[in-house]
Design a protein around this ligand. Structure first.
Ligand code: ADP
Length: 208
């Protein structure tokens, strides 16, 4: 089994950006948001269960999930959100485990999980927790710049996530993302070297 680093952080903290930088350096990336997207796309493995749980009102014409309709439903009713999670989470987790196993060609795996700190199952799945960190104002500004969400929308997502202090308390490593991309790249390179070293040592222990 590969050495697995769990990458997490609040919405807009920079997880996707950071995962791309690690990928450029040779890490294998398993992103649970990407898996969730695939599961809920046209012919996605979760769609039959979603249709039977929620009906056709949350489906697009091509059979993929109507994300805007689902988001509205989940934010207006927490019970609906739990129902969706009960369908999706086990599928996402099973797929993430399978992809981490298949990634043994890479020196280590970066498993991107927005709610890693909140999930004991994912915490058991990873060898180390890396938290991308920036302050709340930056999270909100970045998400608003990249999407149609307004500040209240972003805050309502943030309210469903662990707060900054809880995430930092769970971190083995912290990657500050308050500055520019150049700074971020340097910090990623330094962590990459550390993970190569840790993965190599773990492989040595497993071999001996
Ligand atoms: P997350 O995956 O955690 O939600 P993203 O990686 O998508 O966050 O980053 C949110 C937005 O902020 C994106 O549009 C991204 O391009 C931008 N961004 C992230 N980090 C930086 C940075 N250091 N400098 C400038 N823009 C950034």
């Amino acid at each position: 089994m590969s050495f697995v680093v769990g990458l997490t952080g609040g919405i807009g903290s920079g997880k996707t950006t950071v995962s791309h930088l690690f990928a450029e350096l040779g890490a294998a990336i398993v992103d649970t948001d990407v898996i969730a997207h695939e599961l809920t796309s046209k012919h996605g493995a979760a769609m039959p269960a979603i249709q039977s749980a929620f009906g056709s009102a949350v489906l697009q014409e091509d059979g993929s999930l109507d994300r805007a309709a689902m988001r509205r439903l989940c934010f207006s009713d927490p019970a609906e959100r739990r129902r969706l999670e009960a369908v999706l989470h086990p599928l996402i987790r099973a797929e993430s485990v399978a992809r981490c196993r298949r990634a043994d060609h890479a020196p280590y795996v970066m498993l991107v999980v927005p709610l890693l700190v909140e999930s004991s199952a994912y915490r058991r799945q990873v060898d180390r927790v890396l938290v991308v960190d920036c302050d709340e104002a930056q999270q909100i500004a970045r998400v608003m710049a990249r999407s149609a969400l307004d500040e209240a929308d972003v805050r309502s997502v943030m309210a469903t996530q662990a707060d900054r202090a809880e995430r930092l308390a769970a971190a083995d490593d912290v990657l500050p993302n308050a500055g520019g991309r150049g700074e971020l790249q340097m910090a990623v390179l330094s962590l990459h070297r550390r993970y190569l070293d840790l993965a190599e040592r773990r492989a040595g222990v497993t071999r001996s």
